[in-house]
Design a protein. Structure first.
Lengths: 522, 522
């Protein structure tokens, strides 16, 4: 059972119309969304899982200590692992040969994905078994993961987050200050991020760029244009919500204003993730709805605990183009990595528009960009892609076919079932021989898929399973919680009236009419 | 909807036979247990709850920080709180006037209850809003709450816990050692318990008794004969299980032996809590079964989070008799509080037999024993009972009738619906006037109940709701986990073959034939 049923080819031309009808009838949209969500959520066994990466047997600690990533399936046998091709051979399967672009996905989608996913899939640098997130959609990108971090980021008046004013607009404050010509962490942000992590992240970053590092919730929150843009927008949105609440509830203290604005902001993030981001991934932009309270009725509503498979399958490195846009104004990696100066010079609106018109890469083998294949001292000599392959080996994941079976699909017996393109399957045949030996991390990116999808069958199903059960089991969406006591009526109205990320960008922009923001390239 | 349906009086004489039939037919017993468990579990709204004691509004922290006790209902209005009688007037309602004994409950039941409940209802001494347990049945009584504590208690060979040999039997090691005539915490247990808590607990405890303090998982693990007896039995059982596993799996290391023995021990504790302890509370000893995997199918399976109401309603101080047993050999509070020497002198079997033949007090008003009504410096000048009343006021709990409604019961309009005994209701009428003003903590203990029950309707329903949803959502009972990979086949057999606490005492006793252990006085 894959996440989406097979549509016969002769019906496909009618699907955009069918989907449009579903989207235009509210009760039908809700019913269809519940069906789609549950189809994905029940495609495999439910949490709690027996094993995490702590050990290969079940213990009280493995069942309760969420520092360690969960795992969907137990480890493969040593025999299976020993028979796999070398990591360097596998790495070659990912190297971009000619740049392939996605049908309609924008670089803005890619930046949203990175910013969003980094909040709950935070692999520890020194112990790959650990995920130091809270496993929830909690907007830790702007609030931090702990109360101590949140306190450092709060203005402590009017429920606001700390901001600075640049060109008449709100930006997060700088993290460093200059002392005797060197940059030191501001006293107020002492302890916000782990020093060793910061050293690693700042390897090779120039003084001028370092100077403009923003103090935000996560250490890598400044690592790309996208992360910084998203943080700027969400900090502004938080402060806008707090101001709105302060206006309506003059008796509320800083604490209540802050917490209520945060409640609203988190649900906005979940809503956009479902109704814009997942919708874009779904075929024909199926208008999936954030069905609040759905989780209350379902058996899949269990404590969130991100699995190592979720962590690995979400590494959509291929989305990254060689340059953002084309021509003289194309942004190179040197432009879009750790570069807040560019944002302050150009303004976020112009960059968002640029990224919304630039196409992202196509997900699949042979399409990881060059700069994610270069070994780096900051990654202990790995490249982004080779580190990922290493993690999949260290986690001793079972085969691609084993995962198909675990997600209620038939295992493949012939390479042609996976992909008909000889350029994809010939190298795989050579490396793995029989398709039953194909390793999972390669298999999910080797799957062929039709134009209306963004990735293959097993990858779509697995990401939908983990994403829906994580997003919709958020405590803010529970029956006792999702009401105006938690959000205020104004807050519920904000949630209702926000349809896409562009809405949020617009209401926090100097000139909303200039905003163009889209996850799809039209 | 109360936890148990009303049985017409004319049918009651047949109920023991009906219950016996249900108990003798396995599928019927399972069906009836599922029915009873779900009836209690769905009697009120499900977790997650909107509020904890952190604040009177919902915040991300209140939804995720389990340091703070949850609450079933939001706080009462200031007007309601202001209209309540003084705490000292309310305290008088609890003072034992003449000692009333329960129909058939033994002191052994009471000791099990105390030992069991202290593991998940651990109110912080300085901030009553906090519960520093893990909210789970985790046998922290013998394993501690954190990995650091567990490590101190482990022998680190053969999966065993540390023990000492006294008279040829295993006991937990002593916590203190004598240095220059004073008792100091042994180096190996440095940091096992919070120093301030230990000072409080040891106030007024003699050198001789302090010397015999056992190093166990919780600071108050030595506070009564019952706590010490239970810890001794469970430490022996853990080591017996570890030895059994070591014998069957000679290749396993200390870690795996320890963790697997712990998995088995925790499920044994849950099984006994359901099948012996809750069974005793249920009418006619309804043979309730620990239905493994039930939680996987149910919507009430949500992250455990103990509520302040659960914490307060479980203070069955009235179970405590003035003395355990009668005659010259009766044990006075001075005998049964913090007295491990008595245990080592008498041996646990003789004390267990004594406690199994002594009747516990009857739950209700006017029956809290004298020694729990005496203000103590260790309780900041409160008595055990007056501190409880203070906590219920600090939590600003709504009225008894509000809780009836929240648990799907009709509110009472007349005092006689609560209790027909004028000795109970006259003082209540005087203090509260209208029954709608009756406060919850008093109301649940003022309820009348028939012989076949141990407590009133709302109290039974509330305790059943919290207990079942907590016990059975334990991760060890989940579909992916409850199997021989987690427990081994021998472990599953141990679980299957253990029917009552006496079984565990017997298999760890020098002379099993001498063991008499029972939660009911026959």
């Amino acid at each position: 059972m894959s996440a989406f049923p097979k549509i016969p080819v002769f019906l496909k031309p009618f699907m955009p119309a069918v989907v449009a009808v579903i989207g235009s009838i509210p009760w039908l949209r809700t019913k269809a969304s519940i069906w789609a969500i549950n189809r994905a959520a029940y495609s495999t066994t439910l949490r709690p899982r027996a094993l995490t990466l702590l050990a290969d047997y079940t213990s009280w600690r493995s069942l309760t200590d969420r520092e360690y990533s969960a795992r969907h399936l137990p480890p493969a046998t040593p025999e299976y692992m020993a028979g796999l091709p070398s990591e360097s051979e596998v790495l070659k399967l990912f190297r971009r040969t000619e740049e392939k672009k996605d049908t309609d996905t924008s670089v803005m989608f890619m930046f949203f994905a990175q910013w969003f996913v980094d909040s709950f899939l935070a692999t520890d640098w020194d112990d790959f078994r650990k995920n130091h997130s809270n496993h929830e959609i909690d907007l830790c990108e702007i609030y931090g993961l702990t109360k101590a971090q949140t306190d450092m980021l709060r203005a402590k008046h009017g429920g606001r987050l700390k901001v600075q004013n640049i060109n008449g607009e709100e930006y997060p404050p700088y993290y460093f200050e200059s002392k005797d010509g060197t940059l030191v962490v501001k006293q107020e942000f002492d302890g916000l991020h782990d020093a060793a992590t910061m050293t690693r992240i700042l390897t090779g970053v120039s003084y001028d760029r370092k100077k403009k590092f923003y103090a935000v919730g996560l250490a890598h929150g400044n690592s790309t244009l996208g992360n910084s843009i998203m943080n700027i927008v969400w900090v502004r949105e938080h402060n806008r919500l707090a101001a709105m609440l302060e206006n309506k509830h003059p008796g509320w203290d800083d604490e209540r204003l802050f917490e209520t604005a945060r409640n609203i902001a988190i649900v906005l993030a979940i809503k956009l993730a479902v109704e814009e981001y997942i919708k874009h991934i779904a075929p024909w932009d199926f208008p999936i709805k954030m069905v609040d309270l759905i989780a209350d009725r379902e058996r899949w509503n269990r404590t969130n605990w991100c699995a190592v498979e979720f962590n690995l399958l979400y590494r959509w490195h291929m989305l990254a183009p060689e340059t953002v846009g084309a021509g003289d104004t194309a942004l190179t990696p040197a432009d879009f990595l750790t570069n807040n100066k560019l944002i302050e010079d150009e303004g976020i609106e112009s960059l968002i528009a640029w990224c919304s018109r630039a196409r992202a890469g196509k997900i699949g083998l042979f399409n990881t960009p060059t700069y994610l294949m270069i070994p780096s001292p900051a990654l202990n000599g790995f490249s982004v892609e080779s580190r990922t392959i290493r993690l999949s080996r260290e986690a001793q994941l079972k085969s691609y076919n084993d995962y198909r079976v675990a997600y209620s699909m038939k295992p493949f017996t012939k390479w042609e079932q996976l992909n008909k393109d000889p350029k994809v399957i010939e190298p795989l045949k050579e490396l793995y021989g029989d398709i039953k030996n194909l390793e999972w991390y390669v298999g999910i990116f080797a799957e062929d898929y039709p134009r209306e999808l963004m990735m293959g069958d097993l990858l779509t199903t697995m990401v939908a399973n983990d994403a829906f059960t994580q997003l919709l089991s958020n405590p803010l969406l529970a029956a006792n919680v999702y009401n105006k006591d938690t959000f205020t009526q104004e807050g519920l109205d904000e949630i209702e009236n926000t349809k896409c990320f562009a809405d949020i960008v617009k209401r926090n922009a100097k000139d909303p009419s200039r905003v163009y923001c889209n996850f799809a390239v039209r």
